[in-house]
Design a protein around this ligand. Sequence first.
Ligand code: PLP
Length: 394
Amino acid sequence: MPAGRHFLQIPGPSNVPDRILRAMDYPTMDHRGPAFAEVGRAALEGAKWVFGTENRVIIYPSSGTGAWEAALVNTLSPGDTVLMYETGHFATLWKKLAERLGLKPVFIEGDWRRGADPDAIAARLKEDEAHEIKAVCVVHNETSTGAVSPIAAIRRAIDAAGHPALFMVDTISGLASIDYRHDEWGVDVTVSGSQKGLMLPPGLSFNAVSEKAVAASKTAGLPKAYWAWDDMMGPNDTGYFPYTPATNLLYGLNEAIAMLREEGLENVFARHTRHGEAARAAVEAWGLEVLCARPEDRSGVLTAVMMPEGHSADRFRAIALENYDISFGNGLSKVADRVFRIGHLGDFNDLMLCGTLAGVEMALSDAGVPHRKGGVQAAMQVLGGGQSALRAAA
Ligand code: PLP
């Protein structure tokens, strides 16, 4: 093992803070016993606050993919048409999952360099006079590209088209890092996971649900058993689960929520926005290109960096790992070996970002990738400027 702490700078799983590790380091308790109800209730209530909802949040012991499936099987019927948007790799995977469930996705194609376009969604919905589209599914923070989709504007577009489709959003990598508001933005099912902004290990996933989504679940015809919301809701009312919950991850979730409350969600979002800006200042100074083409779509969660022509992103990542014990995210499917991804999410601060960017800059040199020096310096200027602005405002 190399000395010092590994830098886990993939865009999730993110670094788990010691405080959360300690909170999980307790004996597993009887999940049907009296003491558990308090743990379960706190987790279910706290999750509502993080998602910005007064309605229910269903918590599964699964990875995010399970919550994708749960969103669809609880609300839709075999052969239903769903409108999905190709923002990148994860949107494509969700679409493939929908196909395997017997749904009929209409896929609005994208170039993997921007968020979903509300006008394109509105145009497709207006064509659907018979209201065959039963759900609109969008990835909020596309983890493969670092592009954010404008969820509130998409809600407005659905309303302007006068379309009754359910609105489902994957914010697996956006929740608790960048602004998200389930109720205010009129989302029917929000899908998320534990291993990103919530700073937990992988293993919990979530469906935040609206009343409209719960009503749809009463008549939805896709087969469901493990994922059935109905089975969850009764026991959840008293803080319990129908099957064995991931007890120790729930201890961790309660600690994560306490940490987010202490910092304040607004401050958490501001911290991520600022780190995104600093990371992109570094990329610009290196003379490299950010994959997300539209500045207004660029994410505070991660920055995907394009490699100059003829240079392998995977070789660069391997050199970074070997020489500096730092992990960057790989390019996925369409952009495999063409991009690397810098995660700047979760339990993360200015010096961790500087260390991360120093790791990029040194590994670029080691890998012989043409670039200019000064990326870390450029990021420090953004960070320093940010601090003085904060001080001036105080
Ligand atoms: N959606 C997004 C946006 C993701 O980032 C991921 C995982 O990184 C998933 C879905 C799939 O989640 P999981 O790998 O936890 O099943």
